[in-house]
Ligand binder design. Structure first.
Ligand code: NAD
Length: 290
């Protein structure tokens, strides 16, 4: 039995197209208003790490495609944490900016937690601020981290039943594993979070109707982790020695066992960017309509 491929590339196109239509409508309604404000995302990069520059440029390009205004700020990697926080505080007050994204990782002399804390939670489109994390954990409306939200939206777009299903998530990071567990729990899945200290991981994973890998180890999940027919979501992005990008799941062999599977590339990655755009639009609506 071969799996259904869950194409994040195609699903994210649907999200981006819907978003573009909504933003086009706002633009057409405000065509005669010289003071009109449209959704805006500020992207801050500290230093010139080439991988970060690629991510930042992709985000800017994706904003343009749906009609979100992007503002970019680059600080030298010698900038102080106080300078970065000062910039964030300026953006917090800027009515043209509805989302603030600070590209991680930050240089070692900066404290990530303090920097994220400086972002207005209403503009925290990455969903990393403790206020948004807290709201998510108690099931209240908030800005949810883009990668976990993208995973959930893929399942929903594919009409995959979540309620009552056993969901095993490998990985307990603050940006993927934990928020994804909260989302799946809110959808009434029975959720288990596995991690590097979990005993008998393969047997645990074989209990999963929905198995999500967010580990950061290329090809870690082999066919013997997977119950026949299970849905497998691969969050991992790993650069192999042959310079190819691969996921945490050994795709070719798991494809033969799973009921549905996300590829890498073309799976969770494009959904993450689409959710960033969607979060910016959501912030725009809440900041301009309140
Ligand atoms: P992380 O390093 O913060 O967390 C990895 C988790 O994997 C940890 O909780 C750890 O306990 C667990 N783990 C490590 N080794 C394990 C093992 N042998 N057995 C069981 N669990 C183990 O990573 P992260 O930031 O959550 O990212 C995970 C992966 O997802 C990475 O490949 C990252 O590049 C990718 N990622 C992709 C996107 C996207 O847009 N697709 C976004 C964020 C992260």
């Amino acid at each position: 039995m071969a799996a259904t491929v869950i194409s994040g590339k195609e699903i994210s196109k649907v999200f981006r197209e819907r978003l573009k239509q909504s933003i086009d409508l706002i633009k057409s309604e405000k065509v005669d208003d010289p003071n009109a404000i449209f959704p805006g995302l500020a992207v801050i990069q500290v230093g010139a790490d080439p991988a970060s520059s690629i991510y930042v440029n992709n985000k800017k390009k994706s904003c343009e495609e749906v009609g979100i205004v992007s503002f970019s700020y680059t600080l030298e990697d010698t900038a102080t944490e106080a300078e970065l926080i000062e910039l964030i505080e300026t953006l917090n007050k800027d009515p043209r900016v509805h989302g603030i994204l600070c590209q991680l990782p930050l240089p070692k002399h900066m404290d990530e937690f303090s920097v994220i804390n400086a972002i207005d939670p209403k503009k925290d489109v990455d969903g990393f601020h403790p206020v948004n994390k807290g709201l998510l954990s108690i099931g209240r409306d908030c800005l949810v981290s883009c990668t976990p939200l993208g995973c959930l939206m893929m399942l929903k777009e594919m009409n995959i039943d979540i309620s009552g299903k056993n969901c095993v998530i490998i990985g307990r990071s603050n940006i993927v594993g934990k928020p994804l567990a909260a989302l799946m729990l809110a959808e009434n899945a029975t959720v288990t979070i596995a991690h590097s200290k979990t005993k008998d991981l393969k047997a645990l994973c074989r209990t999963a109707d929905i198995l999500i890998a967010a580990i950061g180890r290329s090809g870690f999940v082999t066919e013997d982790f997977v119950k026949p027919g299970a849905v497998v979501i691969d969050v991992g992005i790993n650069r192999d020695p042959d310079n190819k990008v691969r996921g945490d799941v050994k795709y070719d062999e798991v494809f033969e066992v799973a009921g549905a599977i996300t590829p890498v590339p073309g799976g969770v990655g494009p959904m993450t960017i689409a959710m960033l755009l969607q979060n910016t639009y959501k912030s725009y609506l809440s900041l301009t309509q309140s």
